[in-house]
Design a protein around this ligand. Structure first.
Ligand code: HEM
Length: 115
C-alpha cells in the first residue's frame, strides 16, 4: 500500500519512469515528512514517523556524493533503466541495472584522502 501511494498516477506524472530530477523541479524542497501533503512516505508520516530520517538522508547523500565524486559511472551499452520488480525474500529489480565503474583518481590518491 505504501508503494502504491508512491506510484499513484494522479499524483505523479509517469510514476514508473526513472526521473530523479522530478524532485528538483519544485520551487521549495520536496516535503518528505508529509506535513503539507502525502505523495510518498519512505519514513512514515505523522506522530510515529521515523525520528532518524534527517540523519538517514544526510548519511545517504554523503554516501552517494562520495560514489559520484570518486568513481566514473557508465551504463552498460544498450542497458536501459527498467524498474520492473521481482519478489524474492525482499522486492528486487527484475532486470538489475549494470554499471561500469572506474576510479576517477589513482587508488593511492583515494587512500591519502581517507587517512
Ligand atoms: C534510509 C533509512 C531509514 C528508513 C527508510 C527508515 C524508515 C522508517 C519507517 C518507515 C519507520 C516507521 C514509521 C511509522 O511507523 O510510521 C521508522 C521508524 C523508526 N525509525 Fe527509521 N528509517 C531509517 C533510518 C533510521 C535511523 C538512521 C534511525 C536512528 C538513528 C531510525 C530510527 C527509527 C525509530 C526509533 C523508529 C520508531 C519510531 C516510532 O515508532 O515512534 N531510523 N523508520
Amino acid at each position: 500500500m505504501v508503494a502504491d501511494i508512491g506510484w499513484d498516477p494522479k499524483v505523479w506524472e509517469d510514476p514508473m519512469a526513472f526521473r530523479p530530477e522530478r524532485f528538483m523541479d519544485s520551487e521549495e524542497m520536496f516535503d518528505i515528512t508529509g506535513s503539507r501533503e502525502i505523495k510518498m512516505m519512505p519514513f512514515g508520516v505523522g506522530r510515529r514517523m521515523c525520528p532518524g530520517y534527517a540523519l538517514a538522508l544526510l548519511h545517504l547523500e554523503y554516501f552517494v556524493a562520495n560514489l559520484v565524486w570518486n568513481f566514473e559511472w557508465k551504463a552498460v551499452d544498450g542497458d536501459d533503466i527498467d524498474l520492473s520488480e521481482k519478489q524474492e525474500f525482499t522486492m528486487v529489480m527484475k532486470n538489475p541495472l549494470q554499471a561500469l565503474i572506474s576510479p576517477r583518481m589513482e587508488i593511492g590518491d583515494i587512500y591519502s584522502l581517507c587517512v
